[in-house]
Design a protein around this ligand. Structure first.
Ligand code: BYC
Length: 350
């Protein structure tokens, strides 16, 4: 069986779309009054598509995001950590299920979303395209990635689309447990042997940059932030959330004894690569608090790397999408059986 991109429903943004002025004005008035929009309510085409894209991207991120940590379930260092990790991975997949439901109601069939993900037509979060080579990476994911996710999702829980807002409230409660578990793992490792501390520093260096990118490109490069803020699909900009993340995690990392690094740059601020394409890690000298504002300085991540990763050329994009496609193909006979169709045998058994 080969999976192909869906062609049934193409829901695309259309900034030239002519909406009914009276309906549009009434819709904006509801948003401005803080009302929640429900699935059956009238909504402008671009609101529907924008909300669908966000919710589908989020659903994809949850199920692909389960993969890096899922790989560690059989290798967790204790029964306690294994139980917590199993519960966490199960939660993430459950979040994906809820978010696919929200997305379906906005007009895109679930099977189409799963197929679009399998062929790389739709996106998921940049952070899940990196490897997690050590147990300290699992700790860093639960501390930093879940920490970033909570920061973002708290702002999304103040949004305008009722089904998504209610899902965010539920998800955020579970993410708080994931974050606590990550914090405990990082604390344990940083209270351990020099080898454990070194392993944690190396993992932190791998995840700090991708987590700065988690919130999306700088505001000046984010075309959708403007209209999304007007409709309260987003309630804070990418740069505002990134700054909040640094204000929360830079001092916490330093307190734990971690160092914050960045890449060496040239005089124009571009990341320098050697002939083999390698970059040089250096201390981030911008990491300090501005006594006047209380905000922490930081060096921007390598945005060229971000665009490469989200266009499918990150370290593990092919493997992550490949595994999703494998799961989709292997599960096809189950989906058919549930629908009462002739299921046949699983792939490779006929
Ligand atoms: N990664 O105009 P912008 C979790 C794309 S999972 C990849 O700012 P927007 C967890 C963006 O899609 C939680 N792509 O876009 C799970 C856009 O592409 P298009 C995941 C990104 O929509 C398991 C382009 O860049 N959370 O916590 O205004 C284990 C320009 O960006 C990213 C969500 O999904 C990125 N980081 O804002 C552990 C939250 N950033 O449309 C943990 C919901 C940007 O031009 N989503 N792009 O092709 C959002 O909050 C927003 O959609 C984004 C982007 C902030 C991601």
């Amino acid at each position: 069986m080969s999976v192909s991109a869906a062609t049934e429903t193409e829901l695309k943004m259309n900034w030239d779309a002519q909406e009914d002025p009276a309906l549009s004005a009434a819709f904006q008035a509801r948003i401005d009054a803080g009302e929640l929009i429900e699935a059956d309510d009238w909504m402008p085409h671009n609101y529907r598509v924008g909300m669908l894209r966000m919710s589908e991207h989020h659903a994809n991120s949850e199920i692909v995001g389960a993969l890096p940590e899922g790989e560690w379930i059989t290798r967790a260092p204790s029964l306690f950590r294994k139980l917590a990790l199993v519960a966490k991975v199960q939660d993430e997949v459950g979040h994906g299920q809820m978010l696919y439901r929200v997305s379906q109601d906005l007009g895109k069939p679930r099977d189409q979303m799963l197929r679009d993900l399998c062929v790389g037509k739709t996106k998921y979060h940049n952070v899940f395209n990196y490897p997690a080579p050590t147990w300290a990476d699992v700790a860093a994911i639960q501390w930093l990635v879940d920490g970033a996710a909570i920061m973002n999702q708290k702002s999304l829980a103040d949004g305008s689309y009722g089904p998504y807002v209610r899902t965010m409230r539920r998800i955020n409660m579970e993410e708080a447990f994931h974050f606590k578990s990550g914090e405990d793992m990082v604390l344990t490792l940083m209270s351990g042997t020099p080898r454990q501390k070194q392993m944690t520093q190396e993992a932190f260096d791998r995840w700090w940059g991708p987590c700065l990118m988690f919130f999306g490109p700088p505001d000046k490069e984010s075309s959708k932030t403007g209209p999304f803020m007007q409709w309260r699909i987003k309630t804070q900009t990418n740069d505002t959330l990134r700054q909040k993340f640094v204000d929360r995690f830079a001092p916490a990392a330093l307190d734990l004894g971690l160092k914050i690094h960045t890449w060496k740059r040239d005089a124009e601020g571009r990341v320098v690569r050697d002939a083999g394409g390698q970059r040089t890690v250096i201390p981030d000298d911008n990491i300090r608090m501005d006594e006047r504002t209380g905000a922490w300085g930081f060096t921007q991540p390598d945005w060229d790397e971000f665009y490469q990763v989200i266009r499918g050329a990150g370290p593990l994009n092919k493997q992550r999408v490949g595994l999703r496609r494998f799961s989709y193909e292997q599960g096809q006979w189950v989906r058919k059986a549930v629908l009462g169709q002739s299921a046949g045998l699983p792939p490779g058994r006929n």
